[in-house]
Design a protein around this ligand. Sequence first.
Ligand SMILES: NC(=O)c1ccc[n+]([C@@H]2O[C@H](COP(=O)([O-])OP(=O)(O)OC[C@H]3O[C@@H](n4cnc5c(N)ncnc54)[C@H](O)[C@@H]3O)[C@@H](O)[C@H]2O)c1
Length: 349
Amino acid sequence: MKKLRIAIIGCGRISTSYADAFRKLENMIDVCYAVDTDIDRAKSFAEQFHCEYTADYEDLIGKNIDVVHLCLPHYLHPALAIWAMKAGINVLVEKPVAITLQDADKMIDVQKQTGVQLGVIFQTRYNKGVQTIKRLIAENKLGKISGARSYLTWTRPDSYYEESNWKGTWDKEGGGVLIDQAIHSIDRVRYILGSDVEWIEGSIHNYRHEMIKVEDTAEAVVKFKNGCLYNLYACNLYTDNSPITIEFHGEKGRAGLIQDMGFIDLDGMYTEIRNTHDEVKVGPDYWGSCHDVQIRDFYESVLNDTKVSVDGTEGRKTLEIIKGIYLSSQQKKRIVLPFEDTAIEEIVR
Ligand SMILES: NC(=O)c1ccc[n+]([C@@H]2O[C@H](COP(=O)([O-])OP(=O)(O)OC[C@H]3O[C@@H](n4cnc5c(N)ncnc54)[C@H](O)[C@@H]3O)[C@@H](O)[C@H]2O)c1
């Protein structure tokens, strides 16, 4: 089998999960380049794979790279994804796909024009519990789903923001707890329900992080076209990274997730579903454990020229919910889809 020649751009915090995944997938890939403007980070990543490293992503041109992994500050995702796709390189970009819907649209357009693959990382979709509950709901085993809820209470102390030159800003991160941390819960609810959104109402606040301008708390109600009303709460001002809870309430029973573990409460039986694939935890537990599973899935789509499971359009749909909450908070009204994405530069304390 042909081995894919891969490169990673951005060797910061999340790159440990990629190093772990690359080791597991070594029969499919040759890790050829590590790129980071901080050359020491590029070098130390490259040393693990005895590959080349550089501070300038343009050096990848002419090096026959098949796949580039973008692990960059959010605002850089569109420019580098578009650059890579135009150079004929398949792109797997970290979440969020972009920080504006307009940029997400441009990325989707370039993907269509170039015909290379564009994938967006939402690794928690690949957990066994998520897959089982999605199937259960699709098969109507829980009956009509009238309600869904997600609850995320994590901690991001001031030091987390002090150490970063992009987190905690509207122009570079694109928001706070919603676009960075709660995005995975929102994506899982949307993915499991398999329905599009009708309208969004929500509000954001910054209660405890004086040094940043983005939200540390958000709550919202999202109405899906299948009739389900989704309540969400997210904050990163708690004292710990407690397990995320997600629940679906159907007319015949309930199902949900407590962090990575799925549960089903149906017909008087309570069942737990745990991941069974080989796990080597490298990052914090709250990142989830399925980067390698999604990356393998993406490589298979590239090798077999099949549709990518989590493509640019999927990334855009989840971003649209987050942008709808920001807009609803700013305009203090219900946002009906589709809507025009306008920048938010300040929030009400
Ligand atoms: N999927 C998950 O669970 C998960 C978890 C953590 C982070 N992430 C995502 O990973 C991405 C990166 O986050 P992070 O926490 O690793 O950030 P980070 O700040 O630790 O790392 C970003 C790296 O990009 C480098 N960089 C910046 N501009 C560059 C450029 N032009 N060319 C090359 N390198 C450049 C920086 O020097 C830095 O090393 C974000 O999209 C974030 O949301 C995802």
